[in-house]
Write a protein that binds this ligand. Sequence first.
Ligand code: NAP
Length: 296
Amino acid sequence: MYDIIIVGAGPAGLTAALYALRANKKVLVLEAKTYGGQIINAHKIDNYPGMKGVSGFELATNLYNQVKELGVEYRTEEVIGIEEDKTVVTQKNKYNAKAIILATGAENRKLGLENEHKYIGRGVSYCATCDGNFYKGKTVAVAGGGNTALEDAIYLANIAEKVYLIHRRDEFRGEAKYVDELKTKENVEFVLNSNVIKINGDSKIESLEVQDKEGKIRTIETNALFIAIGQEPRNEIFKNLINIDRYGYIESEDGVHTNQQGIYVAGDARVKTLRQLVTAMSDGAIAADTAIKEEE
Ligand code: NAP
């Protein structure tokens, strides 16, 4: 029996673990992939207060090491469901806790192209920091118009010979300062009001077909397509017990409690207006503190 089981080892989950461990609680963190969540892919974070320019990897690794030093029990196991008596079920085991914190975050959204999956590792990537270096001196494309796509394009412009930034509207969702920086880069071409509709190539990407608003199709020769079109939550597995909105986010009236007593939510997995590192960590701290006080 654990005091608190935390599902997900992104910034929200690890911060919840930090607060619970510092209160001497017995804590289990379950994570299907690697620690760090989405932030692990951020090259440079400029809006985390007091740590301008820190890399996502560095920040997440420091946080992970911090909770390891405090004696967290950390298991790489995929959670497949929770039961009413606060049993957390993974593909390998079942665990019980006095309280559960759901910090499942969100995962990269797919473009949904017919052969997108086939080209993963053969040109399609969802992580410019991880795969950008494979395309030194080559041509790459980035799809998306948020901060991630803009940052990816800036990062790739310093590695690749040419970067196409393909966005479905003529205005970017991401911050103007990134757009301004991109405008100064001679090897970056904006392809606006356009969607990628097809990937061509035998074993690797050779070109993309891109369609504009008028329906005109253009072929762009490229070695890679970095897809940065946002995230989707993964909370389907909890829907037997937990209220989830139509987009898949966990509902919470006060941002910490779910509809089930003893089950809390933190970070990007919940309905909220500002999905940022600082708000995810804040959620984690509040969820742990609330769980500690209520389950004592
Ligand atoms: P995002 O802000 O949700 O932007 C997603 C982008 O992808 C939007 O431009 C959207 O177009 C486009 N898109 C969505 N679905 C699409 C589809 N099916 N086909 C084509 N385009 C599609 O996601 P994000 O850029 O990953 O950022 C997520 C959050 O993290 C944001 O709050 C962001 O500010 C934050 N973030 C911060 C930093 C930083 O501060 N350094 C870095 C990265 C991310 P529309 O605009 O037309 O909807």
